[in-house]
Design a protein around this ligand. Structure first.
Ligand SMILES: Nc1ncnc2c1ncn2[C@@H]1O[C@H](COP(=O)(O)OP(=O)(O)OP(=O)(O)O)[C@@H](O)[C@H]1O
Ligand SMILES: [Mg+2]
Length: 247
């Protein structure tokens, strides 16, 4: 594991049953980094997050998280190691209030001090505090997405895995969700964000990692790649003028 990395993924191969989706993913993430995972549909972005969270079949490679190989561990145990996952889609309990949703999330923590935990996320997400008695399903899409992030943050993770939080949201709502992610990042959270909205992802992330056909084909700073080059990579797996996929 690289000395400065909290998370070190090496040669990771994983999929669903006999189906291989990740074909050797290598990725080192230092503490506190905000990483955007991008790539065309079906590239394996969600599969990578699900694999980090113990939800796929691992075929090979390793996932070292703070010095421990978590590959093959159950989701519950991985959560206990400080890894929280916000899956795609939103609103687990639409006919419960915001407060009740947060209570549900708090109950999953052993020895939870439920009220203290809720106050902690209300401090972090003031918008949710004003909506605490609203039924989650009656909130806007952006507010529901914030609630999902808040429920994950309530677990006091050290790394947050977030899959496509902007899907179906208005530009204003996307702005609110990303502002909250930036605030969490500023407070020291490591974030792995899967995002189709490449423009927005490039604005907020410190690092862009592009997956294609289950492999990392580009890894660098957002400033090092143009929007057009990104499109070309998605489409062909190559940068203009290059014969083969870049590494
Ligand atoms: N539960 C599953 N069982 C079997 N195959 C799956 C399952 N989930 C995803 N796949 C397949 O794995 C491949 C990668 O899917 P994945 O969801 O990781 O892609 P993605 O990069 O997140 O794409 P998108 O941008 O469309 O969300 C796809 O071919 C998909 O059909
Ligand atoms: Mg996906």
């Amino acid at each position: 594991m690289a000395a400065e990395s909290n998370l070190s993924i090496q040669g990771l191969r994983a999929g669903y049953g006999n189906l291989d989706i990740l074909n050797g993913v290598d990725l080192d993430v230092p503490p506190g980094q905000f990483v955007a995972l991008m790539g065309p549909n079906g590239a394996g972005k969600s599969t990578l997050l699900k694999t980090l969270y113990g939800m796929t079949t691992i075929k090979g490679g390793s996932i070292e998280w703070r010095g421990k190989n978590i590959a093959g561990m159950r989701s519950r145990a991985i959560l206990g190691e400080g890894v929280s996952f916000v899956p795609q889609g939103r609103c687990n309990f639409p006919v419960m209030t915001v407060d009740e949703n947060l209570q549900m999330a708090a109950f999953t923590i052993r020895d939870a001090k439920v009220k203290a935990d809720r106050d902690y996320v209300y401090d972090l997400f003031p918008i949710l505090k004003t909506r605490r008695s609203t039924l989650a399903g009656n909130m806007s899409g952006g507010e529901q997405q914030l609630l999902e992030v808040a429920m994950a943050v309530l677990q006091r993770p050290k790394v947050l895995l977030v899959d496509e939080p902007s899907v179906g949201l208005s530009p204003a709502a996307i702005g609110v969700v990303f502002d909250e992610l930036l605030r969490l990042h500023a407070a020291g959270m490591t974030i792995l964000l899967v995002e189709q909205n490449t423009k927005k992802a490039m604005e907020v992330a410190q690092r862009a990692v592009i997956l294609r056909l289950g492999k990392v084909i580009w890894d660098g700073k957002p400033a090092e790649i143009t929007h057009d080059e990104l499109g070309e990579l998605f489409l062909t797996g190559r940068m203009r003028g290059e014969a083969d996929a870049v590494h």
